[in-house]
Design a protein around this ligand. Structure first.
Ligand code: NAD
Ligand code: DAU
Length: 349
C-alpha cells in the first residue's frame, strides 16, 4: 500500500491527477489536501468522492502546524504538490498571497516531509509541479530546455521559481528525494474561467466582449490537461530522482490565432452565424510584464519516459468546448459571487 498526498487536488490540474491515480491505482491510498480557495471545487471530483482509496483533507499549506500533524497522522510516503496560487493577473494585484502560498506553503510541506522521512529517505518522493514561466520569456525562436536559466518576470513566476529552488535546496541540503516538472499552458475541462480559454468560452456563450491583451501576438504552448496528468503519472513512477522534466504540447499558438480558432468552433457548436463570435474580440490594455512567448522542448520526457501528447489541439479544444457546453451549471456556480467582483476589477477600462 502506498499513501500518496496530492495537494491542490480540488483545482484544475490536481482534480485530473487525483482522478487518474484513484482509478488507475486501487491499491494506493490517495489523500487530496486542499484549502478550497476560489479555485478549489469539490464538484470537480463528484465521480470519485466515494472511492474506497480516496480521502479529502481540507487544510491550508500555509498552516505549518496542521501540515506537520497531517503528515504524522497519515504518514504519507510521497507527495505530488500542485497547490498554488496560479493566475498571473491575480499575482500582479496581490503578490503577497503568491509569496505566502507558493513559497512558504511549499516550504511547510518540505519541512513536514523531511521530518517524517528523515530516518530513511529511500522509497519516498517529493514531486513538485511547476511551470515553464520560471524560464521567463523567449523571443521569436528557441525552446525552453531543462538547462535554460531561470528568469521569471511576474510575481507568480517569481514565486514558482523560488519554490523550485527550495525543493532543489532540500534535495541538496537534507537529501530529500525530489523531482520537478515544468509544464506549459494547460487547457481542458474544469479550468477556472479566469484563464484565457475558459474565460473566452464563457464570454462567447454569454455574448460578452473577448478581452485580448495588447495586440494578441503573444505565443503560448498548449497541452490538454489529461495529457499533463499522464505525464505526471509517468514521471512519478519512472522519473529519476533529482531530475527536472519539461512537459509541453509541441503546440504553439499566437493568442489571436487561438481566439479565432475558438470563435469558429463555438459558432459551429452554438449554431450561430459564421463570424459572429469573432465580432466580440476587443483589444484591451496589455498585461504588465507580459511574456512574449513560451515554448517547451519536451524531448527529455519523450525519450527517457516515452511520453507524448495524445490529442491534437483541434481535438482537445473541441472536447473542452463540449465539456463547458454540457456543464453550464458548473460554469454558473463558479462565475457567481466573487467572480463578478474579480471580473469587474480585472477588466475595467
Ligand atoms: P488552480 O488554481 O486551478 O488550483 C489550485 C488549487 O490549489 C485549488 O484547488 C486551490 O484551492 C488550492 N490551493 C490554493 N492555495 C492553497 C493553500 N494555501 N493550501 C491548500 N490548497 C491551496 O491551479 P492549476 O491550474 O490546477 O495549477 C496547479 C499547479 O500546476 C500549480 O502549482 C501551477 O503553478 C502548476 N501549473 C499550472 C499550469 C496551467 O496551465 N494551469 C501549467 C503549468 C504548471
Ligand atoms: O505557462 C504555464 C502557465 O500558463 C501556468 O503556470 C499558469 O498557472 C497559467 O495560468 C498559464 O499562464 P498564462 O498567463 O500563460 O495563462 P492565461 O490563460 O492567463 O493567459 C494566456 C495568454 O492569453 C497570455 O498571453 C495572456 C492572454 N490573455 C489572458 C487573459 C486571461 C488575454 O489576452 N486576455 C485575457 O483575458
Amino acid at each position: 500500500m502506498k499513501n500518496i498526498l496530492i495537494t491542490g487536488g480540488a483545482g484544475f490540474i490536481g482534480s485530473h491527477v487525483v482522478r487518474l491515480f484513484v482509478n488507475k491505482y486501487p491499491d494506493y491510498l490517495i489523500y487530496n489536501l486542499d484549502a478550497l480557495t476560489y479555485a478549489g471545487n469539490l464538484e470537480n471530483l463528484n465521480d470519485i468522492e466515494n472511492a474506497p482509496n480516496y480521502t479529502f483533507l481540507k487544510a491550508d499549506i500555509n498552516d505549518a502546524n496542521s501540515i506537520q500533524d497531517l503528515f504524522q497522522k497519515y504518514r504519507f510516503d510521497s507527495v505530488i504538490h500542485l497547490a498554488a496560487e496560479s493566475h498571473v493577473d491575480r499575482s500582479i494585484t496581490d503578490p503577497l498571497s503568491f509569496l505566502k502560498t507558493n513559497i512558504f506553503g511549499t516550504v511547510n510541506l518540505l519541512n513536514a516531509a523531511k521530518d517524517l522521512w528523515k530516518e530513511n529517505f529511500s522509497s519516498h518522493l517529493f514531486y513538485h509541479i511547476s511551470t515553464d514561466e520560471v524560464y521567463g520569456t523567449l523571443g521569436e525562436t528557441g525552446l525552453f530546455t531543462e538547462k535554460t536559466g531561470y528568469d521569471p518576470n511576474s510575481p507568480y513566476s517569481a514565486s514558482k521559481a523560488s519554490s523550485d529552488h527550495f525543493v532543489r535546496a532540500y534535495g541538496e541540503t537534507y537529501g530529500l528525494p525530489y523531482i520537478i516538472s515544468n509544464c506549459s499552458n494547460n487547457y481542458g475541462p474544469n479550468q477556472f474561467p479566469e484563464k484565457l480559454i475558459p474565460l473566452f468560452i464563457n464570454n462567447i456563450i454569454e455574448k460578452k466582449p473577448l478581452p485580448v491583451y495588447g495586440d494578441g501576438n503573444y505565443t503560448r504552448d498548449w497541452l490538454y490537461v489529461i495529457d499533463h496528468a499522464t505525464a505526471i503519472d509517468l514521471t512519478f513512477h519512472k522519473g529519476k530522482i533529482k531530475e527536472t522534466f519539461n512537459i509541453g504540447g509541441f503546440n504553439e499558438w499566437k493568442n489571436i490565432d487561438l481566439v479565432k480558432l475558438l470563435c469558429g468552433l463555438m459558432d459551429e457548436k452554438l449554431n450561430r452565424p459564421k463570424g459572429s463570435s469573432e465580432q466580440l474580440i476587443t483589444f484591451v490594455k496589455d498585461r504588465p510584464g507580459h511574456d512574449l512567448r513560451y515554448a517547451i522542448d519536451a524531448s527529455k520526457i519523450n525519450t527517457q519516459l516515452g511520453w507524448k501528447p495524445s490529442l491534437t489541439f483541434e481535438e482537445g479544444l473541441s472536447k473542452t468546448i463540449d465539456w463547458y457546453l454540457n456543464n453550464t451549471s458548473w460554469l454558473k456556480n463558479v462565475t457567481s459571487g466573487a467572480y463578478q467582483e474579480y471580473y469587474k476589477n480585472q477588466y475595467k477600462k
